[in-house]
Design a protein around this ligand. Sequence first.
Ligand code: SF4
Length: 162
Amino acid sequence: MNFVKTVILGSVRFIIQIIFFVVERITDFVDALAFKFITVFQPPEYIRKGACKSSGTCCKQIGLSLPWSWVKRPGIVALVRKWHFLRYNFEPLGMVDNMLVYKCLYLKEDNKCPIHRYKPKLCREFPARKLIGKVDLYKGCGFYYVTRKAEKFEAVLQNKKR
Ligand code: SF4
């Protein structure tokens, strides 16, 4: 019975992954265009720099916020948890205020993502580039943000060195 359940779950998840992969690639394109267009008029406050160091921290402590009106309804919270398990393979760790906390069951021992090329938009976009403000990063994360002013300053120094 367990085997049958696993096969059904795996198949449903696979179909959902394919559908979302296609839809998210289309929305990625539209989002990128919109971001480019908006930044012509409103340049982002911060520039994201650095790269992933594969610490695995952001895959072991994933926080997804819910609207407060949903938090009061355990049925909805349970449904969202089921969806996140089905869609992302996230295992619930608990809840902090209105934030569901998960760890990803895909993550391997060496902190590498086995579905890196096909991982969901949620993962691909973390840490997000924002117009205003920046994302809070975990300690030891390879990414960091600098203000646009600092970025220009750095560029001037680089040019001087050459
Ligand atoms: S899918 Fe990959 S990148 Fe996303 S949380 Fe899981 S291991 Fe991390």
